[in-house]
Ligand binder design. Structure first.
Ligand code: ACO
Length: 331
């Protein structure tokens, strides 16, 4: 059976930088509060006219260039997002159109912050069984247009950013590299702890003035519950990956955790007893870009020379659903 190698990475973030101080113009908050609780210093937000598909395209082109692969060689697109440009169809088909490729499948993944790890799991399975050879895996998110930018929404609004990350995956016969395993999970019991209630297809109509008045159109969460589950589930998923491969945390060269909150990542690091040089964080500059955090961080880590051939990489994510998971990759 072939293995799945990551041959190229890419990312794109909007030009518009929004600092913590900028947010004080919309709501009662402070740079100090945001830095202390989340580690975030600034984030990127789209401007009028920017689309998720365009960001996905820019990230994909960078990843294809790094991989040395023409868009026409891609056999399938897997795109993770919780903020599609339209209710339907998914952003994947818009990316397929923009890339100018043939009638290849475009699968949108709805697993929120875990979308990239879920997508990697699906793409890896397709490659290992021989169904597709080259897959473009993308995480893209526009969070800023859906946030409540008043003091009432500040617990969520300060956390999120926009951006896209991409990875080009290809079958390899080289047993010394590739995806070693993926582990993905969900627990719908907690669906409402972190969610976007409206629009809701079961309501008549699916969006109404009451949804605006009662603030159902904005994402909401019970922050402390999310924190508690995140710092438990991500280390568990990493341990499951290590055990499945007969490896130890000491052997991880770089852990790229979902960038939810720097305090969450630090707790995950502590629970796994990892050194600072074994963990990559860039939430300080981008905030939480949901499905895009891991591929953006991976692309930056590659460009910063933090990843070398033969390194053991670990991705772990946790998010709304709850969903969570991990992946181990020999680079
Ligand atoms: N600025 C200033 N004050 C704020 C802000 C803000 N942006 N947000 C909340 N506060 C206030 C609250 O109103 C509250 O005030 P009060 O004491 O007068 O009532 C006070 O700060 C403390 O609020 P808490 O919600 O208890 O703050 P907490 O210490 O729990 O920190 C935080 C909040 C940072 C959101 C934390 O719960 C957390 O990190 N949770 C994890 C959630 C997360 O990271 N989600 C990301 C998305 S999910 C994912 O990707 C996994």
């Amino acid at each position: 059976m072939p293995r799945t190698a990551i041959l190229g990475t890419g990312y794109h973030v909007p030009d518009r930088v929004v600092t913590n101080d900028d947010l004080t113009g919309f709501m009662e908050t402070s740079d100090e509060w945001i830095r202390e609780r989340t580690g975030i210093e600034e984030r990127r937000w789209v401007k009028e006219g920017d689309t998720g598909a365009a960001m996905a395209l820019a990230a994909s082109r960078m990843a294809l260039e790094e991989a040395g692969i023409e868009a026409g060689e891609v056999d399938a697109i897997v795109l993770a997002t919780l903020s599609p440009d339209h209710f339907f169809p998914g952003t994947g088909v818009f990316l397929q159109r923009e890339l100018g490729v043939g009638t290849i499948p475009a699968l949108d993944i709805r697993a929120q912050c875990s979308g990239f790890v879920y997508g990697l799991s699906v793409a890896d399975a397709w490659i290992r069984v021989g169904q597709y050879r080259t897959i473009l895996l993308v995480g893209v998110e526009i969070q800023s247009t859906g946030l409540n930018l008043t003091t009432e929404g500040r617990d969520m609004a300060v956390l999120f950013g926009d951006g896209a990350g991409a990875a080009v995956l290809q079958a390899t016969e080289d047993e010394g590299r590739g995806v070693l395993s993926t582990h993905i999970y969900s627990e719908g019991e907690h669906a409402e702890i972190l969610w976007g209630d409206a629009p809701a297809s079961w309501r008549h109509p699916r969006i109404s003035p009451e949804d605006f008045e009662e603030l159902r159109i904005y994402p909401s969460m019970t922050g402390r519950e999310v924190f508690k589950h995140a710092v438990t589930r991500m280390p568990q998923a990493v341990q499951a990956a290590l055990e499945a491969n007969d490896l130890t945390a000491e052997e991880i060269d770089l852990l790229i955790p979902h960038q939810a909150n720097l305090r969450i990542s630090q707790m995950v690091q502590k629970r796994l007893r990892l050194r600072d040089d074994q963990v990559f964080n860039n939430i300080q500059r981008y905030g939480n870009t949901t499905a895009a955090t891991i591929p953006i961080a991976l692309a930056e880590a590659v460009r910063e020379g933090r990843v070398e051939r033969g390194d053991l990489l670990c991705f772990t994510a946790f998010g709304s659903g709850f969903t969570w998971g991990s992946a181990l990759v020999r680079w």
